[in-house]
Design a protein around this ligand. Structure first.
Ligand code: FEO
Length: 394
């Protein structure tokens, strides 16, 4: 680990996970980074403790700056194990009696994750901690990303340590937005779509609150990926846009197929949408990762799901995707279903049930085709495409 001084006396300690490719079901093809931060002041303060596998790496990083035993206190902004997994090892190294500051929910959740009793100091929302020449203030950010999540703001330095918010799963030697450039935005967008989308209404409230109190920011420091230095407002404004989920004239035809019949239907629907001036994409589930599809879902106005009927049910990849999408609660989209079948043909009905349960407005009963679509069947698919196009914004 190579510590990077991000402001005078404040260091980023990045545990770079170059080789991770699956982050609890989310494909992270550029790896990830778990950032901890060290503040040198009268009370030397460590913020967060990275993933367990990188705990020794973190201790080595700290040792390049200061003897770890000189750390006076630790702040845990979030319990999830990619930021707290190394806590036990780190506390053992720096002294298990050192104060550990966290939110009240953090106290509860950390106590459930670790057997040993740390010297917990639960903090209030808006509470402050003076560490010498600096004041750290705490802001509860429940459900961003867990009930225990909070931000820590270094007032004098105008630095916000934002835990999961504003992060990206991205492994690189660069530490700042101005070093990486616009390449980072697709990663930030994918991270938002797959991690924070269910909490979009809370994000809008949080951003409004941050603007209301006029929180000044020189650095916006997430626990994943690069730090926003050049223009922290760029990612904050992007979060507002992504949270609003204003539908575009864009439709995704998400499907899987057994013997290409459902695929032929998907192609007819996409072609028809394209003829109507819709930005339409076919996304076959065994060719596109669910987390990449969800990133596309973010600004789509319509989702059309196709599945063959397999053993009276849905094709497994379609079930997988519907479950994943339902949990992420995308908003403001119309939807429809289609699929081929041999003899029982339940798939379209099952998709409609799932779409309605997930809060989508299903605008058509759907198209079911027996075995192989003929020209008349394909015309029914094209008509579905037209109907979807009419329901989208101009
Ligand atoms: Fe990066 Fe919710 O943990």
């Amino acid at each position: 680990m190579k510590p990077v001084e991000i402001a005078k006396g404040i260091y980023c300690l990045p545990a770079i996970d170059w080789n991770i490719r699956d982050f609890h079901g989310y494909s992270v093809y550029k790896g990830s980074t778990y950032n901890a931060y060290l503040i040198l002041d009268e009370k030397v303060t460590l913020i967060d403790a990275v993933k367990k596998e990188f705990a020794d790496d973190l201790i080595k990083g700290i040792s390049q700056i200061i003897d770890p035993k000189k750390i006076d206190c630790v702040i845990s902004n979030h319990t999830e194990m990619d930021h707290s997994g190394g806590l036990s090892r780190v506390m053992h190294r720096i002294g298990e009696d050192k104060p550990l500051y966290c939110s009240k929910m953090g106290h509860k959740n950390l106590s459930k994750h670790f057997q040993q009793k740390f010297n917990y100091h639960p903090v209030e929302n808006g509470g402050e901690l003076n560490i010498g020449n600096r004041t750290l203030s705490f802001m509860e950010t429940r459900m961003l990303h867990w009930p225990d999540s909070m931000f820590t703001y270094a007032k004098e330095d105008r630095i916000l340590f934002a835990s999961d918010a504003f992060g990206q799963h991205y492994a690189s030697l660069e530490r700042f937005d101005d070093e990486v450039g616009d390449e980072i935005m697709p990663h930030a967008r994918k991270y938002f779509a797959n991690i924070l989308l269910p909490y979009a209404p809370l994000i809008l409230k949080l951003v409004a609150k941050v603007k209301e109190i006029g929180l000044a920011l020189d650095l916006l420091c997430p626990d994943h990926g690069i730090i926003w230095r050049k223009d922290p407002s760029k990612i904050i404004n992007a979060y507002v846009e992504w949270s609003e989920q204003k539908p575009k004239r864009k439709a995704l035809v998400i499907y899987d197929t057994m013997w290409h019949s459902t695929e032929a239907m998907a192609e007819a629907i996409v072609e028809s949408l394209g003829d109507e001036g819709v930005d339409a994409k076919p996304l076959k589930l065994r060719a596109s990762h669910r987390s990449d599809i969800i990133t596309e879902v973010l600004d789509a106005g319509a989702i059309i799901i196709g599945s063959p009927t397999l053993n009276n049910g849905l094709f497994p990849t379609v079930s997988d995707f519907l479950t994943y999408m339902k949990g992420l609660k995308p908003q403001n989209k119309v939807a429809a279903a289609f699929g081929s079948y041999g003899w029982s043909g339940e798939a379209v009905k099952l998709i409609n049930q799932e779409l309605e349960a997930a809060g989508f407005k299903v605008i058509d009963p759907g198209v079911r085709i027996n075995y192989v679509p003929d020209e008349e069947s394909l015309e029914a698919c094209r008509e579905l495409g037209k109907k979807i196009a009419q329901a989208l914004p101009a």
